[in-house]
Design a protein around this ligand. Structure first.
Ligand SMILES: [Zn+2]
Length: 272
């Protein structure tokens, strides 16, 4: 188990860091000339905390990549300026067009939980959309190693980006892979999720033959974990099809699902 707020070195110069807030996991890939920060946490204060933590590891100049536009991953970017920020083109679009709705929802959420400081930090956060966009694949030389940025297909969102440290066998998967109690949690699925194509997208990740997969939330996992939840997602897709064709009732779908009822219910929404 990793300790919250401490870097775990998964391979030489390849780090993951867990955070208490939303159980987020960020990444750091260190070359000889530059480092790459993978996700930035959820607001300006969390971003500053992460930036200081990166500086405890390396003083090399940094580049940032967002795995997707969700605020808990992408809203801490301000603390890393000036630098280039990479992300999918649609991540940039979403940050530019939909953020105020998200901000209002999450400020209300945190106020409702009594987390007034977090709500206030979110209110004061300036978003930094990617200025370097990718829709397929991009290679970032870091000195001595290359980070491969890849859009593996639609999955948790339509614009997920994963980061492959090929030389180390480590794949940073963003929320395409999550390590919640049951593999996926209720927050794994939203209105912007593409359930039907998610299993094929996981196959793309497995095709990279990673030794270690760092999820967007939770502890690093192995390829067997990804395979198991690819199969679980396939079952959810089949069950959702059966529901939409009236071959199974909602109760039968919930009973047959490999996931708890609340997770299954979340998965049944979203994009086809
Ligand atoms: Zn997400």
């Amino acid at each position: 188990m990793q300790v919250e707020g401490e870097w775990t070195e998964l391979a030489d110069g390849v780090f993951a860091r867990r955070h208490g807030e939303l159980d987020l996991t960020t990444g750091l890939l260190v070359g000889t000339e530059r480092c790459l920060v993978i996700d930035t946490r959820g607001d300006l204060e969390q971003g500053a905390e992460l930036a200081a933590a990166v500086r405890s590891v390396t003083s090399l100049p940094w580049t940032v990549v967002y795995t997707h536009a969700h605020f808990d991953h992408a809203w801490g970017g301000e603390a890393f300026l000036p630098t280039h920020v990479w992300g999918h083109r649609d991540c940039a679009h979403e940050l530019l067009t939909q953020s105020e709705t998200v901000r209002a929802e999450w400020i209300a959420h945190y106020r409702g939980e009594g987390k007034f400081d977090t709500a206030d930090a979110l209110a004061r956060t300036t978003l930094v959309p990617p200025d370097r966009t990718v829709t397929g694949l991009a290679e970032l030389p870091l000195g001595g190693r290359t980070a491969v940025l890849l859009h593996p297909g639609q999955a948790h969102t339509g614009h997920d980006i994963v980061v492959h440290a090929r030389d180390a066998g480590v794949l940073f998967a963003g929320d395409v892979v999550e390590q919640a109690e049951h593999g996926f949690g209720v927050d794994s699925f939203g209105s912007d999720t593409y359930l039907a194509s998610w299993p094929d997208t996981m196959d793309v990740l497995l095709g990279l033959e990673p030794d270690v997969v760092v999820p967007g939330h939770g502890n690093p996992v192995d390829a067997a974990f990804v395979r198991r939840h690819r199969d679980g997602l396939r079952e959810l897709v089949t069950l959702r099809d059966a529901l939409s064709r009236h071959r199974l009732t909602r109760q039968e779908v919930l009973a047959a699902s490999p996931y708890p009822a609340d997770v299954t219910e979340a998965a049944l929404g979203g994009q086809l």
